[in-house]
Design a protein around this ligand. Sequence first.
Ligand code: GDP
Length: 298
Amino acid sequence: AGFFKTFKEGLKKTREALNFSVFKGREIDEELFEELEERLILADIGVKTSLQLIDELRKETKKRKLKTSDELLEVLKEKLKNLLSNYAGELRTENSPSVILVLGVNGVGKTTTIGKLAKQLKDKGKSVLLAAADTFRAAAIEQLEVWAERADVRIVKGSEGADPASVVFDAVQSLKARGEDILIVDTAGRLHNKDRLMKEIKKIKKVISREIPGEPSEILLVLDANTGQNAISQAKAFKEITDVTGIVLTKLDGTAKGGIVVAIASELKIPIKYIGIGEKIEDLRPFNPEEFVEELFS
Ligand code: GDP
């Protein structure tokens, strides 16, 4: 397995919370539906989505005259795969240059994700530049520098308190001057000052689209799976600030709340692009609904 977490290890706690294995080889009765519903809610799929799924399962049971719990689990598996595949997708980086804006509140793993992403894109042969536009905290700039070194990519930064949009402007100029492929922009995560953050993001986007028409091609929101339903509230708040093209869900390895993936798809309808399953540079994976659901049922 190497030093990085395998996918199986990463989803261990969520798999245990769902514990689908206790539903094998049983008859389909009221008790089964209730237990299943409880499990879904425990794994943070969310009350609304869980009730909806159970309701659909009841209907399918009647319609298809299902007899055994194993048949029922198969139907649930298919439902989850369908639901998630509607809200999954690859990162758009075909344009050169292209710009990825990264949002998220402090502590969710934004800096780590940017570092991991930079490394992966670089390994694919892209030239990557980072912009440290979270100028509110000196520590954020330093942290991003550490990750730039790890990923072996360049970084453009301003001093603490500098105008984030001017840092982005400098970064875009530098990107264009060197003919590099991808700029990843770290932004401040101060959601408690929503108006200010909204203005800041708007200004950053304007600078980018003026210099590179059509960009940013991705606005990624980083959410921490550990925060469960609170991640949904964060996402709703960010959606009011700007359009979000994709979600990166971090820390799936440390949590039993991995069902939040399903809640994100069904409630937010924003594609999940990556999942984080560890602290190491390799521990970021493109989100694959098929693989994810199979792992929950394994
Ligand atoms: P930021 O404030 O959002 O930039 O957060 P950081 O990138 O500094 O990360 C906060 C903490 O979360 C650090 O200790 C990271 O190592 C950790 N972290 C980030 N992503 C993951 C992940 O996918 N899994 C685990 N277990 N830890 C992570």
